[in-house]
Design a protein around this ligand. Structure first.
Ligand code: AGP
Length: 592
């Protein structure tokens, strides 16, 4: 997944584009580049590495051009290199393109173009777009883009500028996100809102099959047949401060500490939105939850709640695996797609496939106007605000709040259960007060090479989530496992070098969790437990106890995940790793 930005207007384009790329860097950061129309010529500067390498290469080149595009890359086709970095240009250097997505038929297009004498300079799929626009150009950039869109297949959001038309940027949206920013005498294109938020709060979210033709004077939107469209302009409620670090060392730490607000805002948001819902879970014979990564773990937690309070049999499936099963679906099934970004292509495709089979689709998303939001029959919104750290934290607990709220909506005991849920933000606040204790535990284990995370029942999804957090930001191998399954294999791994994190709040499986802890200790394993702060028994059995305030059993996931997020954060931070932008990862995976 990559980040793209475009600008044309009254200011020099370069600083605005670089600023926007900085805020898009979490989407991918193995190379970056800009193209500016400078005194009638197209200037392109590209670098491998992060945005700061590109900025360094631009020192002493104060381009003043007022139209430009920029790109930060997460490599799909072709290794990170200057040639493979965007922007890509046509052979004559008159057109420059930045692209996010995958052109699925690029090999055919490449062969066709090369047979016509076009010379490719990169290994990427994106480069074919620049050559096609050049080939199709007969004096009007929009027309050339429309003809190009007839030829390409796949998921693509791209922006193009040309020295032939120095005050114009054309952007296309199909499968990958693209928004238009409306300024005064200036206009923007970007992969997402935070990139342009410092410059304007007036935004148009493009939908698949739409094209934005922008000049300093205005914005026109068309469909792929060239028909003009009228779009609503949204005033973004976020301010930039909420998208900045606010004094924390990393976005991830800020977002961990924002969880009381994220959960509280989500519940308050649902209280206002929810009654407008035209269906009840009980209208359906079964529920199918589809998600990836951390969102999948939220789905595993929701399964317990939906089956308990709505009595609806619930299955949870990885979105990337969903397509390989038959999954007989019909209008008696509700398919719930959980995705904080609302752009994860596996989840998006799986939901669309379920919809085609007649299922009702419900999105649980954090980004209003995202693809999954717009393509689902209904949406439940988490109100966590923008999450910049690649590792999901506040959006996870906000998802838990939304899913719990959905499940208890069916219960005759909804009111008391809702009162318990409304207490969670302050209880999470208390849990965060133990952050320093977690930091000192992190110090003890940051050199370890393997961790095992164990949990039963509601703590099993949290064990998976804790393991994912550690591996994705510290690069230390960690495996989440059902505690009851440990004796069926993983117990062979345990020795005096293996920290074993056991999630063991005092719930219905507590005694069995204690037995698991004893099995680990009997093999000299190191036990780091997560449990209630007054639990002296657990403390006695553990090398370290990561304490959480006591809560009703059903709500333990909101609390048990907190010390595991902090443990992963402090280990990675103390190892000096790039916590917010871990290697090989991107915040939103828009490739299959
Ligand atoms: C979680 O920390 C990771 N960033 C990743 O597993 C993420 O949860 C997954 O890619 C799903 O993203 P989504 O919620 O935006 O669909």
């Amino acid at each position: 997944m990559c980040g793209i930005i475009g600008y044309t207007g009254k200011e020099s384009a370069l600083p605005l584009i670089l600023g926007g790329l900085e805020r898009l860097e979490y989407r991918g950061y193995d190379s970056a580049g800009v193209a500016i129309i400078e005194e009638g010529s197209l200037i392109v500067e590209k670098q491998v590495g992060k945005i700061r390498e590109l900025v360094r290469s631009l020192w002493g080149k104060p381009f003043k051009g007022k139209t430009g595009i920029g790109h930060t890359r997460w490599a799909t086709h072709g290794a990170p290199s200057v040639d493979n970095a965007h922007p890509h240009t046509d052979s004559r250097g008159e057109f420059a393109v930045v692209h996010n997505g995958i052109i699925e038929n690029y090999l055919d297009l490449k062969r066709e173009l090369e047979s016509e004498g076009f010379k490719m300079r990169s290994e990427t799929d994106s480069e074919v777009i620049a050559h096609l626009i050049s080939k199709n150009y007969e004096g009007d950039l929009l027309t050339a883009v429309l003809k190009t869109c007839e030829k390409i297949r796949g998921a693509f959001a791209f922006a193009v500028i040309s020295s032939r038309e120095p005050f114009r940027v054309v952007g296309v949206k199909q499968g990958s996100p693209l928004v238009v920013g409306i300024g005064e005498g200036e206009n923007f294109l970007a992969s997402d809102i935070p990139a342009i938020l410092p410059y304007t709060k007036r935004v148009i979210t493009l939908e698949d099959g739409e094209i934005a033709d922008i000049t300093p004077e205005g914005v026109n939107i068309y469909d792929f047949w060239g028909n003009p469209l009228t779009k609503d302009i949204m005033i973004v409620p976020w301010d930039l401060i909420s998208a900045e670090k606010a004094g924390f060392k990393h976005f991830m730490l800020k977002e961990i500490f924002e969880q009381p607000k994220a959960v509280g805002d989500t519940v308050r948001g649902l209280l206002s939105e929810f009654d407008s819902f035209p269906f009840s879970l009980k209208d359906f014979s079964r529920a199918l939850i589809i998600a990836c990564g951390t969102s999948y773990h939220a789905g595993l937690s929701a399964k317990f709640w939906i089956e308990k309070y709505a009595g609806v049999p619930t299955e949870v499936v990885y979105a990337s695996e969903f397509r390989y099963g038959e999954h007989p679906l019909g209008d008696d099934v509700i398919v719930i797609g959980i995705s904080q970004s609302g752009e994860t292509i596996d989840t998006k495709f799986a939901l669309n496939s379920a919809k085609e089979k007649g299922a009702t689709t419900l999105a649980v998303v954090n980004v209003v106007g995202s693809s999954i939001d717009r393509e689902s029959d209904y949406s439940l919104y988490t109100h966590a605000g923008p999450e910049i750290g690649v590792a999901a934290t506040k959006t996870f607990t906000a998802q838990l709040a939304a899913l719990y709220y959905l499940a208890i909506g069916e219960s005759p005991k909804k009111e008391p259960l809702l009162r318990d849920l409304l207490k969670i933000p302050s209880i999470v606040e208390n849990a965060l007060e133990s952050a320093e204790d977690v930091e000192s535990v992190a110090e003890k284990y940051l050199k370890k090479k393997d961790f095992l995370y164990l949990g039963r029942y509601l703590s099993y999804p949290i064990a998976l989530e804790g393991a994912l957090k550690l591996k994705e930001i510290s690069y230390i191998h960690a495996e989440g496992y059902p505690a009851g399954e440990m004796k069926h294999g993983p117990i062979a791994l345990i020795d005096e070098n293996m920290p074993v994190v056991v999630v063991a709040p005092r719930d219905r499986v507590y005694e069995k969790s204690i037995s698991n802890i004893e099995e680990v200790r009997a093999r000299k394993g190191i036990v780091i437990s997560v449990g209630f702060e007054e639990d002296d028994k657990l403390k006695k059995y553990s090398e370290d106890l990561l304490k959480i305030p006591e809560v009703p059993e059903d709500l333990t996931p909101f609390l048990t995940v907190i010390p595991l997020q902090l443990l992963a954060y402090y280990i990675a931070s103390k190892l000096g790793l790039d916590v917010d932008q871990p290697r090989n990862l991107a915040k939103t995976v828009t490739v299959e």
